[in-house]
Design a protein around this ligand. Structure first.
Ligand code: MG
Ligand code: ZN
Length: 224
């Protein structure tokens, strides 16, 4: 398992300075150029720990892999659990460990891009570190941003994390099957997303059974 380890001081910290956020933006633009040169569509997946990002990505890879060559970067603080799970689907997977940092940045993504076969990649899915706060400030150079929440996080996840939805293309409400057990109605969550980002596409999913995954693929402009 290939692991990229963010060294101390290498990961840009939001508290450090505006310059670092600008530098991240510059690197994100460079990443986008690298991706476009190789006609790769990159998708950044953001969501809390336990919201179901890895299971969703496994489902996406499973449906996409016959038609597209898919690579995945799995962001995490220290483990390779997610990368190992995604690898079972047969995609190229790079683990990106951030150490102490709670988000991926464009610098680490650029390092990971050097580790995959860009010629043999059509779609790159980037699983961000489980966190709904600072990934909003660190664009990675992706073309699409997916934010995933689950009903188990309660009824206020969207209103409490508005910034993460501002640049999101698709909002996913996962574990939709637990609606009654959790007593959480997905409808107000959906409306809260529209309030923040009027043209966001919202999909309800049960990523364990695969419900809703095809709809996400349609929303991404892809097909199976
Ligand atoms: Mg995960
Ligand atoms: Zn962070």
């Amino acid at each position: 398992m290939k692991v990229i380890q963010g060294k101390e001081g290498e990961i840009f910290d939001i508290e450090l300075s505006e310059d670092l956020l600008n530098k991240n933006k510059e690197l994100a633009e460079e990443n986008k150029k690298i991706l476009e040169k190789h006609s790769i569509l990159a998708i950044d997946v953001m969501g809390s720990i336990g919201s179901g990002k890895t299971t969703l990505i496994k489902g996406l890879v499973n449906l996409l892999k016959d038609k597209y060559q898919v690579a995945v970067f799995a962001g995490d603080l220290t483990t390779t659990i997610d990368a190992d799970r995604i690898k079972e689907e047969g995609a190229q997977v790079i683990q990106v460990n951030t150490g102490m940092e709670c988000h991926l940045d464009a610098n680490l993504v650029q390092k990971a891009l050097k580790e995959i076969d860009l010629e043999a990649t059509d779609i790159l899915i980037i699983e961000n570190v489980g966190n709904l706060i600072c990934p909003a400030d660190f664009p990675l150079g992706s073309h699409k941003r997916i934010v995933l929440i689950s009903l188990t996080e309660g009824p206020f996840t969207v209103v409490k994390h508005p910034f993460i939805f501002i640049n999101a293309d698709i909002g996913i409400i996962n574990k939709i099957d637990l609606k009654d057990a959790m007593g959480v109605d997905p409808e107000p969550l959906k409306q809260a997303m529209f309030k923040i980002k009027p043209n966001i596409k919202v999909v309800g999913t049960n990523s364990r059974t695969g419900e809703g995954i095809k709809e996400i693929i349609n929303c991404l402009g892809l097909s199976t």
